[in-house]
Design a protein around this ligand. Structure first.
Ligand SMILES: [Fe+2]
Ligand SMILES: [Fe+2]
Length: 145
């Protein structure tokens, strides 16, 4: 896999969300660096960070969608949950000694691109309405604080 660079085709038009998606892209690139260095401890560390950050991002989005009254928030959460369960399987395989980083990265890239461009972009017009400064500060603190 070559390094994945963010470009505006992945923007949902909401800075705070774009920033979180960019962080996930960065994590995927860090995973590639760790994988190429053949450092299993580093791969584990980046994998844990990636999974943890992705879960937090999903929780943030779910809170935001709910707050915004987005009509598809329940099915969107279901998509997140299914993906987290899928990633957890990879984590378990990694922990049992299998080399899953490469496959996981390519799946993540495909899944995220598709999810951001379709599902995430769909909530954007609703979410934009609730994203005032005080809500943002409170909610970022709640999930990322
Ligand atoms: Fe997202
Ligand atoms: Fe999402």
């Amino acid at each position: 896999m070559s390094y994945w660079s963010w470009d505006s085709s992945l923007s949902v038009g909401i800075d705070v969300i774009d920033g979180q998606h960019r962080r996930i892209v960065d994590y995927i690139n860090e995973l590639e660096v760790a994988r190429l260095s053949d450092d299993r401890d580093k791969v584990s560390e980046v994998l844990m960070g990636l999974v943890d950050y992705t879960r937090t991002h999903f929780a943030f989005e779910e809170d935001m969608m709910k707050q915004a009254g987005y009509p598809l928030s329940v099915s969107h959460k279901r998509v997140h949950d299914a993906f987290v369960a899928h990633i957890d399987k990879y984590l378990a395989q990694h922990e049992s000694g299998k080399d899953v980083a490469r496959k996981l990265m390519s799946e993540l890239q495909i899944w995220l691109t598709n999810h951001i461009k379709n599902d995430d972009r769909d909530y954007a017009p609703y979410a934009a309405k609730v994203l005032d400064k005080s809500w943002l500060k409170r909610t970022l603190g709640k999930f990322f604080g």
